[in-house]
Design a protein around this ligand. Structure first.
Ligand code: DC
Length: 207
């Protein structure tokens, strides 16, 4: 009998969580293509908000909350510069605020509900945003591999000079914040399949 993965017009929801630079994005894009799924990168909610917070000099929590409620920031903020170190760091900072998470949760849950076939990537998708997902994956990789991956990405996208040590330090700070978040800590859902993505090629991943 064919399963949901093989029937291309049946509902299919896949939740993918994991550490920064664990390679979840590459895995999600490949799965989205293979199974014809809508791909939602939930970190865009946090990164776009972080960019707006920096650009508009929003300082207090009330200012940030008002901004989320009153602006259509997800549509209006472009993706330029979303991976700059200051935006990355700010996104992790604001993601650790429970009230901000609660506000960003609403559009994410709406998005998850509105699509019949979706793969959604983030930190709390399997545990919080799509607890009813058909498949839950949790991607992890050693810090050394993640550092190399993020360093290569940054070198490709940015003109700024950045050292391997600084990249590792930033990843460790974000890991700590993501895992210790009181409202929604990064952890595998109980029914998640854990994937060690160290030197796994995409072909090996499919096996
Ligand atoms: O996946 P990323 O590195 O682009 O995510 C940037 C930040 O956004 C990350 O430090 C934590 C936050 N994030 C989150 O808290 N929850 C999500 N579902 C997605 C991202």
């Amino acid at each position: 009998m064919k399963n949901k993965l093989q029937i291309k017009d049946s509902a299919l929801k896949i939740a993918v969580d994991g550490e920064s630079a664990s390679g979840k994005g590459t895995i999600c894009k490949a799965l989205a293509k293979e199974f014809d799924l809508f791909y939602c990168q939930s970190s865009l909610f946090y990164r776009k908000l972080a960019k707006a917070v920096i650009e508009n000099h929003l300082e207090s929590l009330d200012e940030i909350k008002n901004f989320i409620i009153s602006s259509n920031y997800l549509e209006n903020i472009s993706e330029d510069g979303l991976y700059k170190p200051d935006v990355t760091s700010k996104s992790s900072e604001i993601a650790s605020i429970a009230e901000v998470r609660a506000l960003l949760e609403i559009p994410q849950k709406n998005m998850a509900k509105s699509k019949n076939r979706i793969i959604m990537e983030g930190r709390d998708i399997g545990t919080n945003i799509m607890p009813d997902a058909d498949v839950k994956l949790y991607i992890t990789a050693p810090i050394e591999d993640r550092t190399k991956r993020r360093y290569a990405q940054l070198k490709q996208n940015l003109e700024e000079n950045i050292s391997l040590e600084k990249v590792r330090e930033d990843l460790e700070t974000r890991d700590k914040r993501d895992k210790e978040s009181l409202s929604s800590p990064l952890k595998p859902a109980e029914d998640a399949i854990i994937i060690q993505n160290s030197n796994l090629s995409l072909d090996e991943f499919y096996k």
